[in-house]
Design a protein around this ligand. Structure first.
Ligand code: OAD
Length: 247
């Protein structure tokens, strides 16, 4: 499954970056955004995932995120998430840069997780910025208000038109520049600026491997694509990495 070029890189890897998208969590039962059963086939992003939409109709937006919060509380990390966490035992430095907001990388045990699009576990007040966790929120009671200032509470996720969190972005760029091996996993590679990261890393010398059941917008710009599901491919990649490292 691993090409000779991929295998040859493994013993020299000091810094590995895994860049993940919704496909990473598909085998946990979390819907992707695009494709036949994708979330954006059923819902319009501009009605649910923008600050304007939230201000226009906070209860509707909350109902949607409350639903997603409930879905996420019932899913588990899959073998792909666990394989990435396992890579931390093989290489000195492993970063997971994720577009996902489902917290599954942290739950799987990954230590250096950079969340580019936020995390559905967290919320904050749009007026005083007070952070609010999911515990203590009644998910069936419409849009919650801040206990300190009465402002609207929003989920701590990035909506269309919003800037990415600067600290997570800076740490991601830094890791991409240092990476020897870059794995782009389960992302269609069409949402920017996140989709620039594989190119930045490759330009800085990393060997870039894509793992996806289909070719994507990134495929022409990577060193190789392994076609398949991340929950099946990544455990096998770990097994083969261990063999290469033992040689
Ligand atoms: P997409 O839904 O655009 O793409 C999901 C990718 O996962 C597709 O390329 C699928 O082929 C692939 N895929 C499906 N099942 C898979 C599996 N089992 N293993 C591996 N890959 C699989 O999701 P993203 O690229 O994550 O942004 O979308 C990027 C951003 O667009 C999201 O973070 C979200 C969305 O709008 C925000 O909410 C800000």
């Amino acid at each position: 499954m691993l090409s000779d070029a991929f295998r040859a890189r493994i013993p020299g890897v000091r810094c590995l970056v895994a860049f993940t998208g919704a496909g990473m969590s598909a085998e946990s039962g979390v819907s992707t955004f695009r494709g036949e059963d994708g979330i954006w086939q059923k819902f319009k992003p501009e009605e649910l995932a923008s600050f304007d939409a939230f201000i226009r109709n906070p209860s509707l937006v909350w109902e949607w995120y409350a639903h997603r919060k409930k879905v996420l509380s019932s899913v588990e990390p899959n073998p792909g998430h666990l394989a990435l966490a396992n890579m931390e035992t093989l290489f000195p430095e492993v970063h997971v840069i994720t577009q996902n907001i489902d917290n599954l990388h942290r739950r799987a045990g990954s230590q250096r997780v950079h969340e580019l699009h936020g995390n559905l576990q967290r919320n904050y007040c749009i007026d005083c910025r007070n952070p609010v966790s999911n515990e203590g929120l009644d998910l069936d009671a419409g849009a919650p208000r801040c206990r300190q200032c009465g402002g609207l509470i929003r989920p701590d996720v990035i909506w269309f038109g919003e800037l990415l969190p600067l600290d997570a972005w800076d740490r991601s760029i830094e890791a991409c520049r240092r990476a020897d091996l870059f794995l782009s996993i389960g992302t269609s590679g069409v949402v920017y600026p996140a989709a620039t990261l594989p190119g930045i890393s490759r330009g800085a010398g990393a060997y870039v491997v894509e793992i996806n059941p289909e070719y994507t917008a990134l495929s022409d710009f990577v060193d190789e694509t392994i076609l398949g599901k991340s929950g099946e491919i990544l455990p096998e990649v770990v097994r083969l990495m261990k063999i290469e490292l033992r040689k």
